[in-house]
Design a protein around this ligand. Sequence first.
Ligand code: C2E
Ligand code: MG
Ligand code: MG
Ligand code: MG
Length: 282
Amino acid sequence: AKRAGRGQYRFFDQSLNSNSDIEEFHLEQAFADALRERQFVLHYQPQVCLDSMEIVGYETLVRWQHPDYGLLFPDRFIPMAERSGFVVPLGMEVIRLACEQLVEWQQQGLKAHPLAVNVSPIQLSEPGFCDRVRAEMERHGLAQDMLELEVTETAVLDEQAMENLNCLNDAGIRLSLDDFGTGYSGLAHLESVPVGKLKIDRSLISRICNSHDDSPVVSSTIILAKRMNLKVVAEGVETPEQLVHLKVAGCDIAQGYHLSRPIPAADVPHFHATFNRLQETG
Ligand code: C2E
Ligand code: MG
Ligand code: MG
Ligand code: MG
């Protein structure tokens, strides 16, 4: 990245929006360097079951530990990675990192919990994506149900995406629909996509201000999801009031700053033990 010099910086300058060939070139160079130098790391956000108040899994969130710019969040580089196609190798790197982490925690005797990994629609439209994910899990000796893939809805899922989704589902890899309620959400979608979980987007959860039902959209979504035998996850839970409301409304799992921010891998074992002990002692 350093080699790219001044030109490189422009990719991180929000005010510039040029797409010149030279800039594209620098960006691809920076991404390639980052991959080779293993600058991508995962942070982990706990998902908590509202019945037992126990951690039932973690969502992995990618960060770019950039030598010059520090820790970069996905909003800064995922859109560019999607435009350039780099999101495909990056996505496989993320899956590899998640598998490695699962193996490490298993070796440390940490109770096994599945990891949820975000997948871009571009990855999903790649021929052979399903096979590559399955191969990676097998290479690490992991049970297929230790991985969950979070897919976001797009206007249309092309044939290749549907093929990958069905293949992943048949293989026993869990699928969840991320950011529900934001974009193209439609009930028709839900019936054709083989997901087992629905994640209600933070923008809907943030409308819950008290523990009464002041967000009929959220409570209706939960009822709908239940009717379709889907588990429901609430994203972006920031207050105890939201947690209470969601529990009363029948939501299964919650995730958000009120429970924990995403944390580095090294902090997970301690956080996990402390959180569950807290719940035991009330
Ligand atoms: P997402 O999958 O919907 O992930 C949830 C985002 O909300 C994360 O942001 C998380 O840190 C943040 N969040 C969680 N709880 C709260 C809360 O209570 N309040 C607020 N304000 N925010 C909360 P992050 O890590 O910046 O990731 C942003 C998006 O980037 C993700 O949205 C996902 O779409 C994408 N992303 C992250 N990792 C990957 C990846 O490995 N591959 C791909 N393709 N996309 C990824
Ligand atoms: Mg997600
Ligand atoms: Mg989401
Ligand atoms: Mg999102």
